[in-house]
Write a protein that binds this ligand. Structure first.
Ligand code: XLS
Ligand code: NI
Ligand code: NI
Length: 440
């Protein structure tokens, strides 16, 4: 097999002082952080759809990047070339995992049977490449949003035939996820939502989505899939309103339909900000509910109201993300999937490399910084102290669940003026964060 990224070398760690754009400045795979090598903390993954497929087309113009890899797009030859290119790319960037949708791998055929045959053929090849390279599948998924048949939803469609087509796609995507030893399976509901309540039975649609997910879990477990199922929340785009709005909404849905034992969340940075939350907020909500499963590591643009899927570079964001991840003890089956693409004018193969180097270095810095914040301990100590009034006296009684409302009312009547809540000291804490991050 001939080399595809011929002018691009294997990327090495050269340290922060290096001026070589094709080198890692901070990502040093083997370097231990809090007793574990960076590579294990971070588990980077390549998103097949952006890296191997997307050419930069947008609503106003065609693609600018050539991702043909020497074959004609839309053919099986091209599908195989993407595999060669993808594995060479992962090798050169030292990215250990990848993620895909069924539709990223092969061109869809006229019949489901032929599409599935193509999926079998390409995944046989991917399996061989995985064996040779040691690369692993972080998660698989089915694209149930691009084809016009899903115009009114997949699990939430008004058409039972389309619902069955979605079921068939999920079944096949689960089969190949299992075949390739995938650690997770994602549901991102791009078309699971509505444009107007005037034509929508929200309760019925949500119940149908839950039924489909239940069937997926039952089937997946029956074929031996032990990984995690994930919902990837996103509030809107392409739909005006998507059901999996944010982490809290998705958790409520999973509990309502008894899916919470098998599902966790895949939190995407850009989706968090679209929902009007910070990335850290979404991670925290997932974490405190035992559902922080995996992460789509990208970055949005707060001046734009859509999913720009940029490579992450904001080190405050990556720091606070890794802070949440470390606090929860790491991601069990999950990792950091670069659901990210180059900007349209950055259209050459070196740009693909620069995107990953940027993202991997930003997360390496985030990991180092987060470990420093934890080791410093001042934030933890402050938060603990802030709630000290609940460690003794009436506060302790409240927390232990022994207090009644009448008892608290009687206490309040007797105490006179309540104590003044201690200062939140936000600015002091922000200063501590800066000192820890930039102090040496
Ligand atoms: C789109 C989503 C999508 C999922 C996988 O906004 O982020 O790419 O990650 O279907
Ligand atoms: Ni995503
Ligand atoms: Ni997204």
């Amino acid at each position: 097999m001939s080399e595809i990224f011929t002018d691009l070398p294997k990327i090495k760690f050269e340290g922060a002082k290096s001026q070589n754009p094709l080198a890692f400045k901070f990502y040093d795979a083997g370097k231990p952080v809090l007793g574990k090598p960076m590579r294990e903390h971070l588990r980077f993954a390549m998103a097949w759809w952006h890296n191997m497929c997307a050419t930069g087309a947008d609503m106003f113009g065609v693609g600018t990047a050539d991702k043909s890899f020497g074959a004609v797009p839309g053919t099986m030859e091209h599908a195989f070339k993407k595999v060669d290119a993808g594995f060479e790319f992962m090798d050169k960037l030292s990215v250990d995992y990848f993620c895909f949708h069924d539709a990223d791998l092969i061109p869809e055929a006229e019949t489901l049977a032929e599409t599935n045959r193509r999926i079998d053929e390409i995944t046989d090849y991917i399996k061989i490449k995985m064996g040779e390279s040691g690369k692993k599948l972080l998660w698989g998924t089915a694209n149930m949003f691009s084809n016009p048949r899903y115009k009114s939803g997949a699990g939430s469609t008004n058409c039972a035939d389309v619902y069955c087509f979605a079921a068939a796609q999920i079944k096949k995507a689960l089969d190949v996820t299992q075949k390739l030893g995938g650690r997770g399976y994602v549901f991102w509901g791009g078309r699971e939502g509505y444009e107007t309540l005037l034509n929508t039975d929200v309760k019925f649609e949500q119940e149908n989505i839950a039924r489909l997910m239940r069937m997926a879990v039952d089937y997946g477990r029956a074929i031996g899939f032990r990984g995690d199922f994930y919902i990837e929340p996103k509030p809107k785009e392409p739909m005006k309103h998507q059901y999996d709005f944010d982490a809290a909404t998705a958790i409520g849905f999973l509990r309502q339909y008894g899916l919470d034992k098998d599902f966790k969340l895949n939190i995407e940075a850009n989706h968090a900000t679209l929902a009007g939350h910070t990335f850290s907020h979404e991670l925290r909500i997932a974490a405190i509910n035992g559902m922080l499963g995996s992460i789509d590591a990208n970055q949005g643009d707060l001046l734009l109201g859509w999913d720009t899927d940029e490579f992450p570079f904001d080190v405050y964001e990556t720091t606070m993300c890794m802070y949440e991840v470390l606090k929860v003890g790491g991601l069990t089956n999950g990792g950091l999937n670069f659901d990210a693409k180059n900007r349209r004018p950055s259209h050459t193969p070196p740009d693909m490399f620069h995107g990953f180097i940027l993202g991997m270095d930003a997360f390496a810095l985030g990991l180092i910084n987060a470990a420093k914040l934890i080791e410093d301990g001042r934030i933890d100590a402050f938060i603990k102290e802030r709630y000290a009034s609940f460690s003794g006296g009436i506060g302790k009684k409240i927390v232990s669940g022994e207090a009644t409302l009448s008892e608290l009312a009687a206490y309040a009547e007797e105490m006179g003026k309540p104590a003044d809540p201690a200062s939140g000291r936000q600015e002091m804490l922000q200063g501590i964060v800066n000192a820890v991050l930039f102090g040496d």
